[in-house]
Design a protein around this ligand. Structure first.
Ligand code: MET
Length: 516
């Protein structure tokens, strides 16, 4: 019998010397939500993140810190592992490019490319940005007032002249275009797909894939004077983690990756170079690359010099973990740039979470606690209004699934909150507190319908807010086996008479500290 369907998704591997900020937290969060969703939906998921540890930028940072690069990366890689526990990410693996499994994988990939005649020795003379770890053509650069050459990203470039191996990227132009055309969902959002196609159509030059003027990298097999270009090294992490060069086992199971999630600044590497390397090696390209946007802070670009870089710890400490996770995915259409503002964060916490969702749960469960013997109420026949609300609750999964699969996290949350709104209106219309005296049996039905609705809401909010949702499911006395999407709908309905624990608030309001 075939096993469950698989889903393999990855974050970029972060430059190990970067200090984790809201941007890193955001990319991995989107993947975490998707990974959790797919697991609840019955998929066998592999979710990968990690750190990118070679290259000139890391070598320079290690020099500055006065320690050997390996010691330096061992130390700072921990920052990204700490981010995993801080943000409650559920990655299945954390890869570091200095690990032996990765060195073996990249060298094997190189050897295949070399043997297939896709890599040749030449010499490079041109502009390189250490900050971006990228080569630039003269025509892409501007000149600063001080006479420095500046890349479109704002990074300074230096002139590099050295022997170098080249990958025959120019030979892949037509095959890349054919690949994009045959796979219209490969690059998302659609606007980005157009940009990439225009870039490839404008002509591709062969890509320098080795360096000789510094040492911190993976040696080129058979030519120790060269180390590999850090992007060839880094991109290969995605196949290392599934066991390459062994192409049986996990590779056979999970490759091609279903999704590489990236920031829009590194789309070109993932959507042009990476599929070309893979196709050239006779391997399958990934299924999809999604380029998301950037955060500004209170309307301003985040930068060290403005001192407005937000550490994820600050967000979690100030607003709470699930609140932060919710805000980041609800506030901005995924794929667009977004603005982080304290005011909006507080609006979301107090509006969507405390008032709308939290209050619904609290009101319903405390009425059940007080009036139904602290057990799931016994429902009578359902009215049209009851069936309408239950129908909306049952119907959420298909809508949310379609949105999540398109990485439209904001729309998925909108669909869930539409039902939160329906449920709140239903409470007001049915007024179960008034039924208590006039028609206790009807009150029990109304509260049952509401408890069922809350069950569906909490099952569906698990990927975004795992802790808070688990607490709500605990309050409904649902065990671990009753929390997957298989329990969605009437087949998983709450059993009347099940004793319930005493209700606790799940979403506190955010109260401003009085100004000192
Ligand atoms: N290290 C790169 C970055 O942080 C991503 C590499 S993904 C293969 O931008």
């Amino acid at each position: 019998m075939a096993g469950p369907k698989t889903f393999y998704l990855t974050t970029p591997i972060y430059y190990v010397n970067d200090v984790p900020h809201i941007g890193h937290a955001y990319t991995t969060l989107a993947c975490d939500v998707l990974a959790r969703f797919m697991r609840l939906d019955g998929y066998d998921v592999k979710f990968l993140t990690g750190t990118d540890e070679h290259g000139q930028k890391v070598e320079k940072s290690a020099e500055k810190a006065g320690i050997p690069p390996q010691d330096f990366t061992d130390r700072v890689s921990q920052n990204f592992r700490d981010l995993v526990s801080l943000m409650n990410y559920s990655n299945d693996d954390f890869i570091r490019t200095t690990e032996p499994r990765h060195v073996a994988s990249v060298q094997a990939l190189w050897t295949v490319l070399k043997d297939k005649g896709e890599i040749y020795l030449g010499s490079y003379a041109g502009w390189y940005s250490v900050r971006d770890e990228a080569f630039y053509g003269e025509d892409e650069l501007t000149t600063s007032p001080a006479g420095k050459k500046i890349a479109p990203t704002g990074a300074e470039c230096e002139w590099v002249e050295e022997p170098s191996y080249f990958f025959k990227l120019s030979a892949w132009q037509d095959r890349l275009i054919a690949f994009y055309e045959a796979n219209p969902d490969f690059i998302a959002p659609a606007g980005k797909r157009n940009e990439v196609m225009a870039f490839v159509k404008s002509g591709l030059k062969d890509l320098s894939v080795s360096r000789t003027t510094f040492k911190w990298g993976i040696p080129v097999p058979g030519d120790d004077a060269h180390i590999m270009y850090v992007w060839l090294d880094a991109l290969a992490n995605y196949i290392t983690a599934v066991g390459y060069p062994d192409t049986t086992g996990e590779y056979a199971k999970y490759w091609p990756a279903d999704l590489h999630m990236v920031g829009k600044d590194i789309l070109r590497f993932h959507a042009v170079y990476w599929p070309a390397f893979l196709m050239a090696a006779g391997l399958e390209p990934p299924r999809r690359v999604f380029a998301h946007g950037w955060w500004t802070i209170e309307g301003q670009k985040m930068s060290k010099s403005l001192g407005n870089v937000i550490a994820p710890e600050t967000l979690v400490d100030t607003y709470g973990l699930d609140q932060t996770r919710y805000f980041l995915l609800r506030e901005v259409p995924f794929g667009n740039d977004g603005d982080f503002s304290h005011k909006q964060m507080v609006n979301r916490i107090n509006g969507n979470l405390a008032n709308d969702y939290g209050n619904l749960v609290q009101r319903v469960l405390s009425m059940i606690g007080k009036n139904c013997g602290a057990a799931v109420p016994v429902p009578g026949a359902f009215t049209e209004a009851d069936n309408a609300l239950l129908g909306a609750a049952y119907g959420m999964l298909d809508i949310v699934r379609a949105e999540i699969k398109a990485q439209a996290f904001h729309k998925a949350l909108d669909a869930i909150w539409a039902v939160v709104g329906d449920a709140n209106r239903y409470v007001d219309e049915q007024a179960p507190w008034a039924l208590k005296k006039t028609d206790p049996a009807r009150m029990a039905t109304v509260l049952y319908v509401l408890a069922e609705t809350i069950r569906h809401l909490a099952i569906l909010t698990q990927p975004v807010m795992p802790d808070a949702s688990a607490r709500i499911l605990d309050l409904l006395a649902l065990g671990p086996d009753a929390r997957g999407f298989g329990s969605f709908g009437p087949s998983g309905a709450l059993a009347a008479g099940t004793p319930l624990p005493s209700p606790q608030g799940v979403f506190p309001r955010y109260v401003e500290e009085p100004k000192a």
